[in-house]
Design a protein around this ligand. Structure first.
Ligand code: GNR
Ligand code: NI
Length: 174
């Protein structure tokens, strides 16, 4: 299990549509293992493969509060098969948009289908943080980021701030 580098905006790969996984094999499981260690290290509650530079439809998540009781979840080719007409808003962040948070409205519940770690077909009925997070991750697979739901003003401010922080960090490191 390797901790990989997380891409941040404005990396163009984050805007690409990820490709479906044809076969759940050793390579995909190795990718998921690297993703889960990278996510725990960050730390974050979800990660899409494209965030570590691999544009495949693979997501990992762990919403458990207690690090001694980890509950890793693995989603391959996740698809929303139903979403609620009722929205709820949640303060979102993203490891690819460091230190920036904003309220985003999304359907409060959704049902998804996906393949699990073993490649078996599964369905899941999600609400609350689980629903928010899986929708945030599926957006990544389609090149969509949470800032896309904000006003142009807020979005531009966040992009500017992240670029500034990046330059500042480079200056300190070099
Ligand atoms: O760690 C994360 N926290 C979070 C909080 C609210 C809504 C979504 C998320 S996902 C994010 C990790 C991440 O960037 N996943 O793509
Ligand atoms: Ni994200």
């Amino acid at each position: 299990m390797t901790i990989r580098k997380i891409l941040t905006i404005p990396d163009p790969l984050l805007r690409k549509k990820s490709l479906s996984v044809e076969k759940v094999d050793k390579e995909i499981r190795n990718l998921m293992d690297d993703m889960i260690s990278t996510m725990y290290d960050a730390p974050g509650i979800g990660l899409a493969a494209v965030q570590i530079g691999v544009p495949k439809r693979v997501v990992v998540m762990d919403l458990s509060k207690n690090p001694d009781r980890k509950k890793p979840m693995y989603f391959i080719n996740p698809e929303i098969i139903w979403k609620s007409n009722v929205n709820s808003s949640y303060e979102e962040g993203c490891l690819s948009i460091p230190n920036q948070f904003a309220k985003v409205e999304r359907p409060d519940k959704c049902h998804i289908k996906y393949l699990d770690y073993e490649g078996n077909e599964k369905k899941l009925e999600a609400e609350g943080l689980l629903s928010t997070c899986i929708q945030h991750e599926i957006d990544h697979l389609n090149g969509v980021l949470f800032i896309d739901y904000l006003s142009k003003l807020k979005k531009d401010m966040i992009i500017k701030k992240v670029s500034k922080d990046k330059k500042e960090l480079e200056r300190v490191v070099v």
